[in-house]
Every structure is written in structure tokens, then in C-alpha cells.
Design a protein. Sequence first.
Length: 914
Amino acid sequence: MKKLIDIRNGKGEVDDIDHLGNRRIRSVGEMAENQFRVGLVRVERAVKERLSLGDLDTLMPQDMINAKPISAAVKEFFGSSQLSQFMDQNNPLSEITHKRRISALGPGGLTRERAGFEVRDVHPTHYGRVCPIETPEGPNIGLINSLSVYAQTNEYGFLETPYRKVTDGVVTDEIHYLSAIEEGNYVIAQANSNLDEEGHFVEDLVTCRSKGESSLFSRDQVDYMDVSTQQVVSVGASLIPFLEHDDANRALMGANMQRQAVPTLRADKPLVGTGMERAVAVDSGVTAVAKRGGVVQYVDASRIVIKVNEDEMYPGEAGIDIYNLTKYTRSNQNTCINQMPCVSLGEPVERGDVLADGPSTDLGELALGQNMRVAFMPWNGYNFEDSILVSERVVQEDRFTTIHIQELACVSRDTKLGPEEITADIPNVGEAALSKLDESGIVYIGAEVTGGDILVGKVTPKGETQLTPEEKLLRAIFGEKASDVKDSSLRVPNGVSGTVIDVQVFTRDGVEKDKRALEIEEMQLKQAKKDLSEELQILEAGLFSRIRAVLVAGGVEAEKLDKLPRDRWLELGLTDEEKQNQLEQLAEQYDELKHEFEKKLEAKRRKITQGDDLAPGVLKIVKVYLAVKRRIQPGDKMAGRHGNKGVISKINPIEDMPYDENGTPVDIVLNPLGVPSRMNIGQILETHLGMAAKGIGDKINAMLKQQQEVAKLREFIQRAYDLGADVRQKVDLSTFSDEEVMRLAENLRKGMPIATPVFDGAKEAEIKELLKLGDLPTSGQIRLYDGRTGEQFERPVTVGYMYMLKLNHLVDDKMHARSTGSYSLVTQQPLGGKAQFGGQRFGEMEVWALEAYGAAYTLQEMLTVKSDDVNGRTKMYKNIVDGNHQMEPGMPESFNVLLKEIRSLGINIELEDE
């Protein structure tokens, strides 16, 4: 009562439902627990019913308890809950952001229609907890959010964010996590407040946040300080350099579009990054990371072997770590997952080092796109309305070539009329169509297939039909029931072509395996045995080298050991008790190793040879994997990291592209009008800084080519690293050996990578300094010449390096054409959409357009023979085949439907023939 009166009198606060202190995160564990509880309640009810029926003497516990409801509840939760989603696996970033997503929708949450403006809006308590930028555009805006970089949930499910403690005016390195409610009681300084050497604030008045408002406070009043400038934003937004110069709407598009980038054939890390690239690549789990330090003992395309450092070994183990890499696997989005080693033989590695790059990573850094030389200028209207003009060189160098792997499945079922059969004996199909199948009726690996080709031959039994006497006679003579099966083979979808890279056959338990299934099984067994044997050999070699060391240390001569077979080494006895114990430990380890190998091999063999657990009624499933190499082409969608997206309009010959006075042509020409109205100036700053990074790389490259001495290289690279007002990572090249400096210079040849963290980026003066160091004009603009005429363009043009992404909206997946095809049953109009091989809708507004032009005949054929005049369209088809181009439109079917509908209302409507 008192509180209500206080609020009425203007004292105290009303609770805010959108305050993050009043909203908690329900994680998957909690929701699964709730489902489990629901299942248990059902079981309890069943048990009580069973007990109430009497007859308790003969009851056993297993008669009362049925666990089905529990498994059903949990299965339903993971199988069909709105929040149980198919992982977005386009690239490492989309994977990690999908796992960090927070939704206000779903069971127990809001619905899109009910959610008002307040719920969706950014709240002051979002600071450091929920990203204000990364959220979908459209109906879900603000309801689906992303966790900020350093946010975590506490034990009660409330979001917390870290702050540095300020004690007696000194900023300490002590970190406290505060929830939204706790934060309200403190004064919190910004991360970029100036501090002196001891950690005191330099200015008397510091910009701080308190109770959701921002204002100036004296430095003695400050309680905490932000840990980092990027703690406000999410992982996706923290990868956008110069985010502070972009309009929020465009930054939102930039963060969302990075998640749609397709991994390119050769990853290329950005010249201008934010310093978060390595963290994202490693934490997303797509790279292979060293579990323990050591030396690379063996490396090939699919396996890395590390000999572990002595101090990181467990007693009595082989001291070998084996990393098996993933090769050319399909992701959920049909992109390609492939790991490639980035260490070399004999190289020392530390714990946590990246050993192999995954998709979209380059030397352990996230690399979603490619560094392209861009110019901002119009070019003959080819960059009108955000179109992008691309040089042919980009296609030749395969810069944006991507690999896509598609999975096509053929299911053989048990039907009422008999089982479907997978076979190469298909009725009414010519030899040519079967040329790529083996005798089991399954396509062989390596076959190049195009739309309409048969991948798996399958026949389905047809219902018995009345036979004519002639057919009966033929049947009696040839004894073949040829016509009672119909062709239901798996064919390549229209417009898809590629190479078959893998085939998998799953057979139900108890169904006889065909020849191909047995071949695949044999191959898998062979491969598994080979892999395990190689692993065993590597581990054995490691163990025996340790056994040898112990024996030699225990006084056994090395020559004597070399003459004995390795198995006999373990039988030798040592006088030194400690060494003898070590030897026994190693012998034990050796036995365990062999036993483990047998166990693993048996498990693998069982897994490969046993029948598969398929859905009821399914006898066999054949899965065929097609790999397609897609080059970039007009119609593909590309984007930068600042929400600057566009569609490729033309691929221009290299000789026609604008070039500078050294004759270097640009790769991409963008429209300068795309910048001012959209207010994403970050892209211009990125272009300038990218140019500087490339210029410095070019100078290093020239010095390497002239074979200048290491001292000069060291001095120049040191100068580059020392530039900038507030360098975060000090680099001291005097501690590097000459060989290391040369290796660094080799890595910097293509350009010197520069990190410009979010809200703490490079200033204009620093970019100018870097441009000067790379011998480039500080304006960032140069004179360009027209590639076709050789004339100079009339004014200087902004040229530089921008990081461009190819998005997963490819013209190959969208382009579609239809002449005849399937029709809807009621209206007799063509179906819609590419998946149904449908037509294009000629809607109300399009009709108005033709009416406005007075194009009566065009309009007539649109509404009749091209749509739902059944007789007219068949006649038209026949006429075209006969070479007679006449058209006789009739009555559209939808008109008949309208008549029927009116008659169903009891109104007798009739057409009168005049």
C-alpha cells in the first residue's frame, strides 16, 4: 500500500517489464528438464491406475512402469519444438551466432502478432548483455537477439556482463560480473576513458553510465569501468571494422549478411579486421586445435600427428596425439566442410595453436570472403541501383568459386502391392539413360550427371490391370510380367549438374544386401582397418621410443637393443627399481594399446556390417552425393561487411577495367551513390586502410625481390607496427631471429593485416600516416584510366581494398523457366514456385498494366492459353508442334469454377449462346 502511495506521490519506480532484471534466459537444460517432468507425471498416472486395479501379488515393477511417455516427451521436444532448430552451418560465424541466439518466441513466450513495440526496442539494460545491432529484419525484429561478446548467464538465468573494479580512484584488473539489477546501483565509466600509468583517470570529469542514463561524473565517484569497447555488441557485429562510422540499420544488415557468406575455395583473411577473427575461428570449433604442446611428427591431408612435450605427458602413455581431419563433407546448407593442415613437419606447437584450417578460415583466422581491389565510380550504367561490375580476373583466379555438395535420397518401401525394387532393369528406358549405373542400378562414383539423369533405378509394382487377349497371349509365351511395374527412379533435379562423389546404401535388418552395398561395406572396412592400423603403428613407435630411453638409462647397451626384436625389449629386467617400475608401466600401456585396437576394430566392423534401423515400411535408402563447383556469374549476390549489398551485373574483360598509372586494373567497380544516403562510411575508411595495408605489403614484397638485408626489412616492418596513437599490441622485432623476420616478411607480402577494433578504431590521421608509409596519396584517391580508350577519367577516384563476401543467394538456385508442366486440379492453372516446376503468377496489377497499354490480344493469351483454358492450351501445343502458329482461345477453367460456386449458392446462372 505504502509503495503505491509513494509512486502516486512521485517517489520510487514502477517495475519495467522490459528491464533485463525482469527477464530471464531459459536454457535448453531447463526446458528438457520440464519435458522430462511432464513425461514422469504421465508415467506416475499410469502406475497409479495400474496399482488401483488390485491383483498386487503377481505384479512386478516392470509390469507397472512404461517408459514410453518419457522418451516420447523428450523426443517431441527435440524433434518438433519451435526452439529446436536446424543448425545454420553456412560458415563458422553463422554456426557460432546460431548457438548464441536468444528468442522471445516459442512455448511460454510471445507470439509475433502480440509483441508490441516496447518488447522489441533496445533497453538501456541491454548494454553489454544483448546486442543492439544483430537481430533479423522483418516480423521478428527485436524478438530474436544475440548475446553480447562477454555476456554470460548466472545461476538464476539472468544475464550478466563483466566490469573492472575501481578502488580509490584506481582501475584494477579485478573483474566483477554484474546483473542488470546490480548494475543500477553503480557508476560505470566507459572502456576508452584515458588512464595514466598507475590506472588513475586522467580527466577530472569522466563520461559514465548510472541508472540507465549517461552523464559526466567526477573521477572519485566511479565504481566500475567497462572491460572492452566491444562488450556492447555481439560476435557478428564485432567483426565489422569501423562499425562506429556506420548507420545502425546498415550495420544490422552487415552483421546479418556475414552469416550468409559461402566458404570460398581458397580462404583469404581480411587485410582490415577487428582482432576478433582468430577468436571466432577457434571458438566455433571448425579448426583443429592442439590439445597439448609438442612437435609435428607427421602430417598429410587427412591426419596430423604430434609428439607431445615431456612435461605435458601422463606417466606411462605413448605421448602421441593424433588429429584426424574432416575431408569434403556436406554441411546443413549444402556448402563444403573441409579441413587443411597449416603446420609443417618438425614444427613446434603450443597448446591451443591452430593445426588445421576449416572452411572459411585462413591460418586460424576467420576468412569469410576475399580482399578485392575496388574503385568507387560509375561505369556505363553497369552499377546502377547497387549493381556490381566485376573483372574477369576474379573468375579466372577462382576468387569466389565455391563448392556445393547436394544429398539426394532414394527410398525403397514395402507397398501393399509388393516391395519396391532397386534395379537397373527399368521399363521403357533406353540404354543411354542407364549408361552411368552399375548392375545394382546405382550410379557409380565419379560420374558427371546433369538434370534428368537417372541416379538410382527403382521400380514400383503397379495394380493388376485388365489384360487384353493379345497381352495374355504374349504373357503366356514370354512368361514375363513386364508391364506390372512402373519406373520411380531417382533422377537429378532440373537445372542441377555435378559429379557423384559418394554413395551410401542403408539396408534394413533382415533384407538381403545388394552387390553395391556389399562393395561399399568392404571398402569402408578396409579403410577403417587401414586407419586404425596406422594409428596403432604411430602410437607403438612412440611407446617403443620411450621404452628404449628407459632401458638405455637403466644401463642396457643401445647396440644390443637394436639387435633384439622390439617385442623382446619388454622382457629385459633392470636392476634400478624405479626404472623397472617405469618399464612395467610402459609394458602395461602396450598391452592396453593392443587390446584397445582390437576393441575399436571390432566396434567399427559391427557398426559397418549390421543392418540399419530404418523407419517402418522402409526397406532400403540410397543416398547419392553430388558436388558442384560454382563460379561467380551475373545474378549472384555479393556484399561488403557494412550492409553494402548488390547483384553482379556484368563480368567485364580485364582489358576494359579502369587501371592506374602502373597499369594495375581494379577487380570491382562500385557505385559511389550507394554511400551517402545509406550513411555507411565505414566502407570508405575500410577501403583506404585496406589500400594502406596493401601498399605496405607491396613495399615489403619489393624489398624481398631486391633481396635487401634483413636489418632494413626489420626496421621497415618495425616502423609499420609502431604507427598509431594507441597501439594495443606492442611488437618488438629485435627479439626475433633473422629467419623469423624473413618468415614474417613472407607472410606480409600480400598485405599487412591491420586490426581496428569496434568503437576503438583507427583515426583519420593514423590512416593517413599508414598511406604515407606505403608511398600512397593521403587522400586515398588516385587517377584512373579507361581500359577501353586509354583516356584518363576526369577526376581522381577512391581506390582501395575492401573485403567482399559472396552470399548464399546464387542465381543457379533461383533461376527457373517453364513451358508446360503440372497444373492445379481445381483451377487448372499452373502451380507456383520453382520446387513444383511452376509458372510465374500474372497477377491483378500485371493485368492492369496490359490493360493500360491496350494490349488486348497479349492479355487474352495470358488469361487463356497460357493459363487455364484446357482445350486451348492443348490445341496450341499441337499447333506449335505442327508449325502452325495460330491460337484459338476458349473458356478459362476458373470461369467455370466461378459459375459452379454461384450455383452452389442456389442462384441459377447460365451462359446464353448468342
